[in-house]
Design a protein around this ligand. Structure first.
Ligand code: AMP
Ligand code: MG
Length: 492
């Protein structure tokens, strides 16, 4: 087999500029690589030859078993705080960056494989990934993208023909994923923990050039970098909150410098509104609960700030003072992004001081009522159109929402647009379809049985989350009660 049929036009800045930040490495050979799902739309956006890549040779390349021309596969070094405890050495234990391309818009994108075999960072792990979690990341990542949320994306899911032992044999797979970069807070922590300040500076300069180039000539660029990352993450987490997304494993190695969502493991969407919602089996204390995500993001950013202190000011007390000032700005930026998003969800184009209370009171009214978060916001467009019943009946006790609905209609009277236009605008931000947990499980179970049809249907529904699709009613509802409490597992 030859990989020369597949052209990537790689331009590998990480390999070129950051020697010592990674280990050049090769993917493992696999018995029978086969393309299971290929994202032709994304391939086109990346300027790749989709026809050539969606092939047996393409599968071998995207499994990591075969290197394409110009590829410089490498395993990146990083550290991370996992559930609050610091691990000085994590790194790509089962992943490889195979190269970078400039996409059709001139944006630099990493092409990265997850599940491509052991690396020097594997520790006790086997370096592999299995089909269920690979398809889960594909599905949820693409759904997040369609929801307009910054995220890594899925280029392909490849099966390897291997059986991997995970509580019994499971089909092996590799996810080919695309990201603005794989720089994580943990990447900075790796070098900071070793006292390698020059390397932290080199990394910061690289991150600035790649993600925040407007800072390049700024005398305060390292403080500026911290501020940009804080803002990007504050806005990202607001977006998560607005759609009810729970990441589930917000360790510092799973938080990007670019502001993209990364590493879909035990993530899930809430059906009913509950700030304490936790799905991951290993998150026993609710550290990464739905309502905790903003505070955790800020905690993680404080860890990034610590790595940058030596670059911010020679006087470390002064550096800390300035970094803390930036970190303290996180809450306000997050709150503002969240409130702006909530206003849009409520169809309020004007910003009035009392809106915050209106939103808080809606959430308070929802708490304890087992109200479906996604459906309620969708039903509010009908309220604007004069039909209140749909929203009321989502409440266990319909009367509990009546005072709020009265206030909402009074507030709506202060808006300018025609009701139907306002309702339509709301339906462009309030999704009808999100990856409902029971639908995700159903699709993955069928896929593991060799039937990809439910997966494909779900991907299709979720690619247009705001448009009512005929025959898709079942995708717009939460899990039936017999589905029970939902638990997710880290997909290692
Ligand atoms: P994750 O939970 O996927 O964010 O991974 C956390 C760390 O564990 C990273 O350093 C991974 O590379 C590593 N890791 C996870 N699964 C495996 C595996 N099967 N083999 C080797 N390393 C792994
Ligand atoms: Mg990770």
């Amino acid at each position: 087999m030859s990989a020369s049929a597949i052209r990537f036009d790689f331009d590998n800045s990480y390999a070129r500029e950051l020697e010592g930040f990674y280990v050049p490495w090769k993917g493992a050979e696999v018995p029978a690589p086969a393309m299971l799902r290929f994202n032709a739309g994304l391939a086109a956006e990346l300027g790749l030859d989709a026809r050539a890549l969606d092939s047996g040779v393409g599968a071998a390349v995207l499994a990591g078993a075969l290197a394409a021309d110009g590829s410089e596969p490498l395993a990146m070094a990083y550290a991370g705080h996992q559930f609050g405890g610091f691990s000085p050495q994590l790194g790509d234990g089962r992943a490889l960056l195979i190269g970078e391309v400039l996409d059709r818009h001139g944006r630099r994108r990493d092409i990265h494989l997850k599940g491509s075999g052991r690396t020097p960072f594997s520790r006790g792990g086997d370096g592999k990934a299995v089909l269920g979690p690979v398809l889960r990341e594909y599905l949820v990542g693409e759904a997040m993208h369609a929801l307009g949320i910054p995220t890594t994306r899925a280029l392909a899911a490849v099966t390897t023909g291997e059986r991997i032992d995970r509580d019994g044999p499971k089909p092996g797979a590799v996810l080919a994923r695309v990201a603005a970069s794989h720089l994580r807070i943990g990447t900075f922590q790796f070098f900071a923990a070793r006292g390698e300040t020059d390397k932290v500076r080199q990394l910061a300069d690289y991150a600035i050039a790649r993600h925040y180039p407007e800072l390049t000539d700024d005398a305060e660029r390292y403080l500026g970098l911290l501020e940009r990352v804080c803002n990007a993450q504050a806005e990202l987490i607001a977006r998560w909150m607005l759609v009810g997304f729970v990441h589930g494993v917000m360790n510092t190695d799973n938080m990007t410098i670019s502001g993209e969502t990364i590493d879909y493991g035990p993530c899930a969407f809430i059906d009913t509104y509950d700030p304490a919602a936790v799905f991951s089996s290993i998150d026993r204390h609710g550290r990464y609960a739905y309502g905790n995500q903003p505070a955790i993001a800020q905690w993680n950013l404080a860890r990034l700030a610590e790595t940058l202190l030596p670059l911010i000011d020679d006087d470390q007390d002064e550096a800390a003072r300035r970094a803390i000032e930036v970190l303290n700005g996180f809450a306000a930026v997050h709150r503002q992004a969240w409130l702006a998003g909530m206003r849009a969800k409520l169809g309020l184009a004007r910003a009035l001081p009392e809106d915050a209370e209106l939103v808080e009171d809606l959430l308070a009214a929802m708490a304890g009522q087992k109200v479906d978060f996604t459906r309620l916001f969708r039903a509010l467009s009908d309220v604007i159109r004069g039909e209140v019943a749909g929203a009321r009946e989502l409440f266990h006790d319909a009367a509990a929402i009546d005072p709020w609905l009265a206030r909402y209609r009074q507030r709506g009277a202060l808006e300018d647009g025609a009701a139907h236009q306002r309702a339509a605008a709301m339906e462009r931000v309030n999704p009808l379809y999100i990856p409902r947990n029971h639908k995700v499980e159903e699709a993955l179970a069928a896929a593991l049985d060799g039937d990809m049809a439910p997966f494909d249907r779900l991907v299709e529904r979720l690619s247009r989350p705001f448009d009512a699709q005929s025959g898709a009613e079942a995708y717009a509802f939460g899990a039936p009660s017999e589905f029970g409490c939902y638990t997710t597992y880290c997909g290692t």
